[in-house]
Design a protein around this ligand. Structure first.
Ligand code: PMP
Length: 403
């Protein structure tokens, strides 16, 4: 049974108050709270194991290396990659996408080649391609979305040309909660011999991901959005692509032999991991993924889906409520009447309710939907129906102030 009260005990921060109200944390799309086991594992590593990984012959270094490499194996299992050589540790989704834009772009794209993204992308899946554009003169094709907030698949199909080299697409929209038909898109792209990068920042925390089943070529996610620490993330890449890409940064760890005449690079995945990795954060990430796995996806998904549907239902009865996007998954974006999103968010905060307001790092999407910003409530495995009720009562209260 999904024992929400027991689960909440694992997250000490949920017990605190804000402005004299119990904290209601509904900003999980931005970052999630951490269970005690994650923080404990990291504290323990710093206090009892700490040593730099990979290069040491001494006991602590070997123990730290073992933890770090076990974490890679935990990630591999979590997304069902076929090998740990395909799991690159990065600082997060943003760095993972930048790595692909930079290295794939350098090795496998020429002036005039094309990358396809969509209108619903986070800035971190737009700007890296623009940086590549300024360096390599590639072009960026943008798949439109419907008024409902879904990918226009018919138009997507028409965007492919002989110059298309990559599709880079979010699995779940951080603004609208749209779950994109990613498998269909991957099949479509592969039919054109085009690889696909999946921005899974908002899907890995909410659903089981199997990279072999999806058959995606790259997949990026952030540890902090899936109950893990900040500053650590993952790039999954099929070996066939990673092998053909040059290193991202130069330095220690990523080399095989170095001389002033000639340097050779380390094997995968270390070729992409220059410098001392955040080996404590990788342990924290592994414990977070263990935590999620122990609860089990079917219960987590049922719980979060139930909350999202309930929130949409309850909120729909508020006068002037306008939803932005379909909220397939754990995210409800909205505006109420003429109330500015910032005012609504600020007044909800005074009631102890943490939501996010603004453009959510998706300005082109705001432009497409004809809004400046939205209020976004996003759910996690520890949120409750009572919290949704308090949110709804809070919105009503703020709306009355503006009536
Ligand atoms: N893509 C999406 C869809 C996101 O929601 C986010 C975070 N809001 C990112 C990318 C960037 O993640 P990070 O800041 O952890 O690198």
């Amino acid at each position: 049974m999904y024992d929400i009260e027991r689960i909440r005990q694992d997250f000490p921060i949920l017990g605190r108050e804000v402005y004299g109200h119990p904290l209601i944390y509904l900003d999980n799309g931005a970052t999630t709270q951490k269970p005690r086991c994650v923080v404990d594992a990291m504290t323990d590593e710093y206090l009892n194991v700490n040593a730099n990984v990979h290069r040491g012959v001494h006991f602590l270094s070997q123990q730290a290396t073992e933890l770090h490499e076990q974490a890679r194996e935990t990630v591999r299992q979590f997304i069902n990659a076929s090998s740990t050589t395909e799991i690159v540790f990065t600082r997060g989704t943003t760095e993972s996408i930048n790595l692909v834009a930079s290295c794939f772009g350098q090795a496998l794209m020429q002036a005039g080649d094309e990358v396809i993204v969509s209108e619903m992308e986070h800035h971190s899946n737009i700007v890296p391609w623009q940086l590549l554009q300024s360096r390599r003169d590639i072009s960026i094709k943008v798949c439109p979305i419907t008024d409902e907030g879904r990918l226009d698949l018919a138009t997507l199909e028409r965007l492919f040309t002989p110059r298309t080299r990559l599709v880079s697409l979010c699995h779940v929209s951080n603004v609208m909660g749209t779950v994109n038909p990613i498998r269909e898109v991957i099949a479509m792209a592969h039919a054109h011999d085009v690889p696909v990068l999946v921005d899974a920042a908002q899907s890995v925390p909410h659903m089981a991901i199997d990279v072999q089943q999806l058959d995606c070529d790259f997949l990026a996610f952030s540890g902090h959005k899936v109950y893990g620490p900040t500053g650590i993330g993952v790039l999954y890449g099929k070996e066939q692509w990673l092998d053909r890409m040059p290193p991202y940064m130069g330095g220690g760890e990523m080399i095989d032999r170095v001389s002033f005449e000639r340097t050779t690079f380390n094997q995968l995945p270390y070729k992409f991991e220059a410098g001392t990795p955040d080996y404590v954060a990788t342990t924290g990430l592994a414990r977070a993924l263990d935590y999620v796995s122990a609860l089990g996806w079917s219960d987590i998904e049922a719980h979060e889906h139930g909350l999202t549907v309930y929130a949409r239902q309850q909120m729909a009865s508020i006068d002037g409520m306008r939803f932005i996007g379909p909220s397939d998954d754990a995210v409800v974006s909205f505006l109420v009447g003429n109330i500015h999103h910032l005012d609504l968010g600020t007044l909800l905060d005074r009631l102890g309710i943490a939501v996010r307001t603004g453009h959510h790092c998706a300005e082109p999407l705001m432009h497409r939907m004809g809004v400046e910003g939205t209020v976004r409530a996003s759910f996690a495995l520890y949120n409750t129906r009572q919290e949704v009720d308090t949110l709804v009562a809070g919105i009503r209260r703020v709306a009355r102030m503006f009536a």
